[in-house]
Write a new protein. Structure first.
Length: 722
């Protein structure tokens, strides 16, 4: 990283700029830190390109599409402003070196590492192609290396942003030596072009050379189109797949899925990288810990440090609640979570009354008083699909919150709730947004119940400039100008896990990733942080749907880990719990958010006993602060509230509190969004606060449960036991 120059900004939106990562013809790449402590790479476009209406339109479109690329090996876009005078976008920062640096400085990778590289990069390209994109510039400089795998960068926006080498006619976008024949000839390109480039990258990784040599650009382009690739130094085991990738005609090449399957390899036996590269990554990760801390925040201390067990009343005041500093290993934990603090601020809780009705008390005069103005809130929920139980609970909780608000005599406006059932389906999710957008009084929406539905509808919410709060989805890739993630990120769940492992001095940890994007998010930072802290990590991949879990459990147990952390879903976790018992493993077993599901208890049976589960959901039956809400819910609906119902109730209260705080007769969507991102709110489940720049959650709210007698028993919050 280079020091900042006098022409570089000190801040971009809410990000503090720490240094330069690089520069190109179209702009500069800066290292930034969010208010919550997360590191991002910010690409800032030069003003002269921003003035080009064609460029800005393409940049806007491609950023919107790139946000939909979801894969563990593709670096996500986490924030952007396509309308700024100097447009920019921020991606997740990866501290590892580029493949070009690792091979150029340390030599080729071993064959096993190249096979792993090929499989993982092919998986990333599958996601890019599934989103309707062509990368256009797959090259060693666009592949960053991490301990758990590579990261493909600049997907979907390479044409607009990357400082590439162009021909004299400016029709070829790409890097000579790694582009396809159709790119070299300026022809129309598709996914097969990326496959050819991947083949070139694999040759470079395995041999340190380019398959079509070096020299003048024109010579390399000619050889790419007309000559056979030089694969003489390629290990024989790689030759069939790479040779197929480098076929001159696009239709003769394998697909990305074919390559992933051909190179699929079990990496549980050790690191996929040679020792020198592993050490380089560790050094750079440690260097990130030495960067300046985020600005300090002054907080008032609260005595008990746990969730508020009282119901509170609405009064418009704003209390401030502090999270006690994590004892010991502060720098390590800050790195693991990507944040230097978990400061939480709160305002009043939502109103709890014993009875109420969500019918409109306005619409005319009541008790001699003029009717109150209306505000509408949308709820996009799965009421008939795979997540119907959660969706119905959110709908009922939101209606309860609306009724209680409307029953207040001092409420300055009446709330109306519009619920649309998306069934967890993509098209119905988009239709829900269109319906919300047509209502001029609808100022914010909650949703969606399912992660996929939320992702598909996000662009539509953005186009409608309609604020969207999600209390279920913690995927950081969804962040944009209208999205607020009203729960801790998936990777932030691991803070209590890190504290637990540190408190009990557990050195050897089996970290089990199920091969999904969720599994990556819940294990990646913990993996890197544990290694950086000198602990032994057994990085295990037990892919979702694996049939023979007994064999996997026996293999892991044979390595004698001190604890097993499982980063996958409830179904496989239940089966895995049984297999660990049969394998004789008696140490601590820890599950993440997805394991906090009654179906895990049913699947695992008695083998679930003793499991620790970290979750962002406040269990209404277990967390004391939620009990009054649960009682009101039962009285109204004659049913116990499910998980995330209390959070939906809080979300309505948050929106209402923000609207009231504006103190205006008319509240618009444009008014409400900045208010939501700058208001601190204390709900019945947790405290809510957001980063103003990107809507990332910064409040408290990671709950710890232990499975006892077939149920989840609440034992603490944010690493503190009750």
């Amino acid at each position: 990283m280079e020091p900042l120059r006098s022409t570089d900004p000190a801040r971009i939106a809410g990000y503090r700029v720490l240094g330069r990562l690089g520069a190109g013809g179209m702009g500069v790449v800066l290292l930034g830190r969010s208010p919550g402590g997360s590191l991002v790479a910010i690409k800032l476009i030069r003003a002269e390109y921003a003035d080009d209406t064609g460029f800005r339109a393409r940049f806007r479109r491609e950023v919107a599409i790139a946000r939909q690329v979801r894969n563990r090996w593709a670096v996500p876009v986490v924030d952007a402003d396509t309308e700024a005078p100097a447009p920019w976008l921020a991606t997740e920062f990866v501290p590892g070196p580029a493949l070009s640096e690792a091979v150029g400085g340390g030599g080729p990778l071993p064959e096993r590492g190249v096979r792993a590289l090929g499989s993982m990069l092919a998986e990333a390209l599958e996601a890019v192609h599934a989103a309707g994109l062509v990368h256009r510039d797959v090259k060693p400089g666009n592949v960053l290396l991490g301990l758990d795998g590579p990261r493909l960068i600049d997907f979907g926006i390479a044409r607009a942003l990357d400082d590439t080498v162009l021909t004299a006619t400016d029709v070829i976008v790409g890097s000579p030596g790694f582009l396809s024949p159709e790119q070299a000839q300026g022809r129309r390109i598709g996914p097969a072009s990326d496959v050819f480039s991947l083949g070139c990258v694999l040759v470079y990784a395995a041999t340190g050379g380019r398959p079509f040599g070096t020299g003048p650009v024109e010579a390399m382009l000619f050889r790419t189109v007309h000559d056979t690739a030089d694969l003489s130094a390629l290990p024989p085991g790689l030759l069939p797949v790479v040779e197929a990738c480098l076929a001159k005609e696009p239709e003769d090449r394998p697909t990305a899925a074919d390559i992933r399957q051909a190179f699929a390899e079990d990496l549980s036996g050790g690191s996929w990288l040679p020792g020198p590269v592993t050490h380089l990554i560790a050094e750079r990760s440690a260097r990130m810990l030495a960067l300046p801390d985020i600005d300090a925040t002054s907080l008032d201390a609260r005595a008990d440090g746990g969730p508020d067990t009282g119901t509170g009343t609405g009064g418009g005041g704003r209390d401030t609640t502090a999270v006690p500093a994590v004892p010991g290993r502060r720098r390590f934990l800050a790195y693991v979570t990507g944040a230097a603090s978990l400061a939480a601020a709160g305002s009043t809780t939502a109103w709890l009354v014993s009875s109420g009705d969500d019918k409109d008390p306005g619409g005319g005069e009541k008790d001699g008083k003029a009717a109150r103005p209306e505000l509408h809130i949308g709820l996009q929920a799965d009421l008939s699909g795979p997540s119907a139980a959660l969706g119905k609970g959110q709908d009922r909780a939101a209606r309860l919150a609306v009724a209680e608000h409307n029953a207040r005599g001092d409420a300055p406006f009446t709330l109306r709730l519009t619920t649309v059932d998306d069934g967890g389906e993509e098209e119905r999710a988009k239709a829900a947004v269109r319906r919300f957008a047509e209502d001029p009084l609808l100022v914010a929406a909650l949703g969606a119940t399912g992660t996929d539905a939320a992702r598909e509808a996000l662009v539509a919410y953005d186009e409608a400039a309609l604020p969207l709060l999600s209390v279920v989805d913690g995927d950081i890739r969804h962040l944009n100008r209208i999205f607020l993630c009203a729960r801790p990120r998936n990777d932030m769940q691991m803070l209590p896990v890190a504290q637990f492992l540190g408190a009990y001095e557990i050195d050897k940890v089996a970290l089990v990733d199920d091969g999904t994007e969720y599994g990556r998010q819940t294990t990646r930072f913990l993996d890197t942080g544990l290694r950086g802290n000198g602990r032994t990590v057994l990085a295990e991949t037990v892919r979702e749907g694996t049939r023979d879990l007994d064999a996997e459990a026996e293999r892991i147990a044979a390595k004698q880990p001190g604890a097993v952390v499982y980063g996958g879903g409830w179904r496989d976790a239940g089966r895995f719990a049984k297999s660990l018992t049969r394998a004789g493993f008696l140490g601590p077993k820890i599950g993440t958010q997805a394991v906090h599901d009654p179906r895990f208890l049913a699947e695992a049976g008695e083998d679930a006993a003793g499991w620790l589960v970290v979750s962002t959901a406040a269990d209404p039956a277990s967390v004391p602060s939620v009990h009054p809400f649960a009682a009101a819910y039962r009285r109204r609906f004659d049913h116990a509230p499910p998980l995330f119902a209390a959070e939906a109730y809080d979300a309505v209260g948050l929106i209402a509190a923000c609207a009231e705080g504006l103190d205006r007769e008319t509240v618009t969507r444009q008014d409400l969004l900045p208010a939501l991102r700058t208001t601190s709110y204390k709900g019945v489940s947790k405290s809510y606060a957001f980063e103003s720049a990107n809507g990332m959650y910064t409040g408290t709210g990671v709950f710890i449960y232990r499975v006892e007698r077939g149920r989840f028993r609440y034992i603490g919050m944010d690493g503190r036991e009750v």
